[in-house]
Each structure stands twice: as structure tokens, then as C-alpha cells.
Design a protein around this ligand. Structure first.
Ligand SMILES: [Zn+2]
Ligand SMILES: [Zn+2]
Length: 88
């Protein structure tokens, strides 16, 4: 992991970046690794949101919440108004 050229090569050949099986159409991973990656990401995001809630941070972007503006919310004003950038 972390070898960008290797990853780019796999992507350009339509191969999974985690093994070398054929990737799913419009995806960078094969069905097996896509499933693994998705469940990992779901768990990761859930833990991250819990952690941010505990720390009084926006559960989506992680910036500190304002006790006046964001009182009672788990997301900051930007995220509530959906102005945030959705990373892919
Ligand atoms: Zn794979
Ligand atoms: Zn936010």
C-alpha cells in the first residue's frame, strides 16, 4: 500500500488495487476487496463519528462545534446546511 505508481497502473488496467483480480466496472477493487473495504470504512466512520461526538466536534467534518450556534447538534452549521465537500 502507498505505492501510487503501482496503484495507478492497476487502476488504468482495470485491476483491483489490493490484489490483481479484475476490478468491478467503475471501481478500483474486485468484489472481494470492495466488500472488505466497505465494511472497514463503515466501521471506521462509525467509530470516528462517536469519537467526534464525545469530543464536541462535528461528526461529519471534525471541526469544533460552537456551543452557541451548534448547541444540541452533532454536526456543524456547514454540514447541516450541506455545504461541505464530500470526499471520495
Ligand atoms: Zn482484490
Ligand atoms: Zn461539519
Amino acid at each position: 500500500m502507498g505505492n501510487k505508481a503501482y496503484k495507478d497502473l492497476h487502476i488504468s488496467l482495470g485491476l483491483c488495487v489490493d490484489c490483481s483480480e479484475r476490478a468491478l466496472p467503475d471501481n478500483i477493487r474486485c468484489i472481494k476487496h470492495k466488500t472488505i473495504h466497505n465494511s472497514f470504512m463503515v466501521k471506521y466512520m462509525r467509530d470516528l463519528k462517536k469519537k467526534r461526538n464525545r469530543e464536541g466536534k462535528c461528526s461529519d467534518c471534525g471541526i469544533g462545534l460552537d456551543p452557541d450556534i451548534d448547541n444540541g447538534y452533532v454536526r456543524c452549521q456547514n454540514c447541516r446546511e450541506e455545504l461541505y465537500f464530500v470526499g471520495v
